[in-house]
Design a protein around this ligand. Structure first.
Ligand code: KG4
Ligand code: ZN
Length: 340
């Protein structure tokens, strides 16, 4: 029998300082997340400089707590996995420097992990039976990718956004209608009280690229709608607007994913990233997959938004493939999926 492998994972690419201990890739022994949301809310979005400073303050405590909750000491850990990109450079550097220091001092294997590979891997934690190949829609604050996961750590990108990421569109629209930061969960909540068919917003398609996305036109349509209403002195029903905007995003995401599944003959569909926590997207994707006889996977909302357990899982599979990082590991803010 193979020996158990324990990964201590660290994630600090944006505004969550997170650490986790993961056993054999899929068993989460602890998953500690210290969110900075309440701090950045005051500024209407993430302030990179503040994010880095807050990571510095919290990172030791978060790691200590992750080890404690997992009932493990650093000596009992085999691998230290850390997000090294993409993300905010100053924020990433805090996690990378910490992981390197710990791995060096405790003589552990160091592995740099791609943040989006982590998001996708959250599905392996959610369903222990899931194996590649499968199709995954990755929708976060910075990314919108439709990806075939051919094998562990092996990706074929079918499409991506030409402009705003899906989460970015949620955040910008939420700000425009005065719901504040972070926009996704606030729109999700407001939309539950609204009529999704109240306003017909455009469902942006990219001509000639059936799998690419574009959300900036939709965002402009929402802003135009608001301006018109303001000029005419009309009251805007925020719940209807939130629900109609959300529907326009969700419809496009689901349509593209199902088309991809058919063309690439994928029987298994997964979703990942912060926007995968969206209740309308989860419900629509589940319903459509059931209709098309496709198996649908989605992580719990807490594993959709940024966390370190997903980095521990992805790090485990990178380790299994023989990937090792050196002491020169650095933050790569614009790291592409599938690149090292
Ligand atoms: O994956 P994530 O935590 O960080 C990045 O890697 O970007 O994603 C954050 C994004 C934000 O844009 C946030 O508004 C969005 O995910 N988000 C949601 C929901 N929860 C978070 N969007 C829609 N509905 C939600 N429930
Ligand atoms: Zn993320």
């Amino acid at each position: 029998m193979e020996q158990d492998l324990y990964v201590l994972a660290i994630e600090s690419s944006c505004d969550e300082t997170a650490a986790a201990v993961v056993k054999n890739g899929r068993e989460v022994l602890s998953n500690v997340i210290s969110s900075q949301i309440s701090i950045h809310t005051r500024y209407g979005g993430v302030v990179p400089e503040i994010a880095s400073r807050k990571h510095m303050e919290k990172i030791n405590l978060v790691i200590e707590q992750a080890l404690e909750e997992a009932n493990k000491t650093l000596e009992e850990i085999d691998v230290i996995a850390v997000t090294y990109g993409p993300g905010l450079v100053g924020a990433l550097l805090v996690g990378v420097a910490q992981a390197k220091a710990l791995a060096y001092a405790a003589k552990k294997t160091l592995i740099g992990v791609h943040h989006i590979e982590g998001h996708i891997a959250a599905n392996f934690i959610a369903d222990p039976q899931l194996e590649p190949p499968f199709l995954c829609l990755v929708v976060s604050g910075g990314h919108t990718h439709l990806v075939v996961i051919k094998d562990y750590g092996e990706f074929e990108i079918l499409g991506k956004t030409r402009d705003d990421a899906a989460g970015e569109a949620f955040d910008k629209v939420a700000r425009a209608i005065g719901l504040g930061y972070p926009g996704g969960p606030k729109i999700d909540r407001a939309a539950k009280e609204g009529n999704a068919d109240a306003i017909a917003f455009p469902k942006a398609k990219v001509s000639g690229s059936p799998y690419d996305f574009s959300f900036s036109g939709l965002k402009s349509a929402v802003l135009n709608y608001l301006n018109h209403a303001q000029m005419k002195g009309e009251e805007v029903n925020k719940a209807d607007l939130a629900a109609s905007f959300q529907k326009a995003v969700v419809d496009v995401l689901v349509e593209h994913t199902i088309r991809g599944a058919k063309e690439y003959r994928c029987q298994k569909i997964a979703i990942a990233g912060g926007v995968a926590a969206n209740s309308a997207l989860r419900a629509a994707m589940e319903a459509q997959c059931a209709r098309e006889n496709l198996k649908f996977y989605c992580p719990d909302p807490v594993l959709c938004t940024d966390n370190a357990a997903m980095i521990g899982c992805a790090g485990y599979y990178e380790y299994k493939k023989g990937v090792r990082s050196g002491w020169d590991l650095n933050a790569v803010p614009n790291l592409k999926l599938g690149e090292r």
